[in-house]
Write a protein that binds this ligand. Structure first.
Ligand code: PHE
Length: 403
């Protein structure tokens, strides 16, 4: 078999990254606006790449098949591993919840039914692929990704040709400086660069940490390019004041899209953006759904039979659906909450694993993340502060942009 290419692995990482986080970035970054959003997103990319590398460094002491789970249990403890798994499940569940709530709003308008019915129909239809098999998910994902790429290129290039420089680089007038709002963007940016459950897969794929390291960096760089293009094209078309109603309505993709379509008059750009947002929601829902499905099947020991799969389907999709029917809260708040929980297994645990193993094995062969202890402490501090920023923003103790 030929050796897997670095680009192939980078594309896998990029496709894991691109999802809910990206859709939340414009609304979450509206307060910080262009310059500070670009800085916050780029900084997050660096920290999240380093944290993935630290996990890779920790894994090198184990066989290629070893998972995140095995290593955490072995190096830290069962208790820490339990918390790690809990935060993993929480992130999956809250992302599903955000997709279900948003799809309810998008499809209720399109189909002319209530939001609740639209959410139920969406879950029934899209989760059927997951219930059927991984193969079905694989097939439909290819179609969705093609739709996403074509509509993204058409929509974003359309937006790019209409960018207004004064709008894009608008300066703060009097009130709070834009930089202060950048803190509240960090949790959403952190979610958008989450891919860490795939690090052990990458290592096994290349059978070599140094190549896996390049693929991870390639993947986060591709994701960064998408995010910056996306945010800049939107901020160049929709003035900061126009984000007031979007943020007030929870910052969901549905409201963002209506605001954008009101601001541009090209029908083809509108259509392309509409198709993009639907394809992005559906593909992320199915991707995250499959991840949580497999994880829960393993956790509860449900068999891979028809009956077993139906049980796993129930525990995977019912809790987020019910929660979204009874308590639909804002998209950006949900994505930020996912970031605040994801920081446990994407920053804090990887850095702690690498630190513990560096102490246990003082002479290190092979892949070592540069920067010594400074890198480790910087990643931990970034993780802890990002979670804190989200909680402070939720408690209204941090400047939150309201338009
Ligand atoms: N990056 C993914 C979500 C994710 C978060 C954390 C870890 C893994 C995945 C998204 O934005 O949709």
């Amino acid at each position: 078999m030929s050796k897997p290419s670095t680009l192939g692995g980078a594309c896998i990482i990029a496709s894991v990254c691109v999802g809910a986080g990206m859709l939340g970035l414009p609304s979450a970054g509206a307060g910080a606006w262009t310059l500070w959003s670009v800085i916050a997103i780029s900084f997050t990319m660096i920290m999240m790449t380093l944290s993935g590398w630290l996990l890779l460094e920790a894994l090198k002491h184990y066989e290629f098949k070893a998972s995140f789970n095995t290593v955490t249990k072995d190096v830290l403890s069962n208790k820490v591993n339990f918390i790690n798994n809990l935060s993993l499940y929480f992130v999956g569940g809250i992302l599903l919840y955000a997709y279900i709530s948003t799809s309810g709003m998008i499809f209720s308008e399109m189909l002319g039914v209530t939001r609740e019915l639209a959410s139920v129909l969406f879950v029934a239809f899209c989760s059927a692929f997951v219930l059927h098999s991984t193969r079905a998910v694989d097939r439909i994902s290819i179609v969705l990704i093609l739709f996403m790429i074509i509509s993204f290129v058409l929509g974003v290039s359309g937006l790019a040709s209409h960018i207004s420089m004064p709008v894009l680089f608008a300066q703060a007038q009097g009130e709070t400086p834009y930089s202060a709002y950048a803190l509240a963007l960090l949790p959403v940016a952190l979610t958008s660069f989450g891919y860490h459950h795939s690090v052990s897969t990458m290592r096994d794929y290349y059978q070599d940490e140094r190549r896996a390291k390049k693929a991870i960096l390639g993947g986060t760089l591709i994701a960064l390019t998408f995010y910056l293009g996306w945010v800049i094209c939107i901020f160049g078309n929709l003035p900061r004041e126009a984000f007031g109603p979007v943020v007030a309505a929870g910052g969901g993709v549905d409201v963002l899209m209506s605001a954008l379509t009101a601001a541009i008059d090209s029908n083809s750009i509108k259509q392309a953006l509409h198709i993009f947002s639907i394809a992005a929601i559906v593909s992320s829902f199915i991707g995250v759904g499959l991840g949580v499905f497999d994880y829960l099947a393993d956790l509860f020991g449900f068999a891979d039979t028809k009956q077993g799969r139906v049980k796993t389907w129930g525990v995977t999709f019912m809790p987020p659906l019910v929660l979204s029917l009874v308590a639909p809260f804002g998209f950006v708040t949900a994505i930020g909450l996912a970031g605040a929980a994801a920081t446990i297994w994407t920053c804090i645990i990887p850095a702690t694993l690498a630190k513990t193993l560096r102490q246990k094995v003082p002479v290190q062969d092979g892949f070592v993340v540069p920067g010594g202890n400074v890198t480790i402490y910087a990643v931990i501090a970034f993780g802890v502060l990002t979670a804190a920023f989200h909680l402070l923003a939720m408690a209204n103790l941090l400047p939150v942009f309201k338009g």
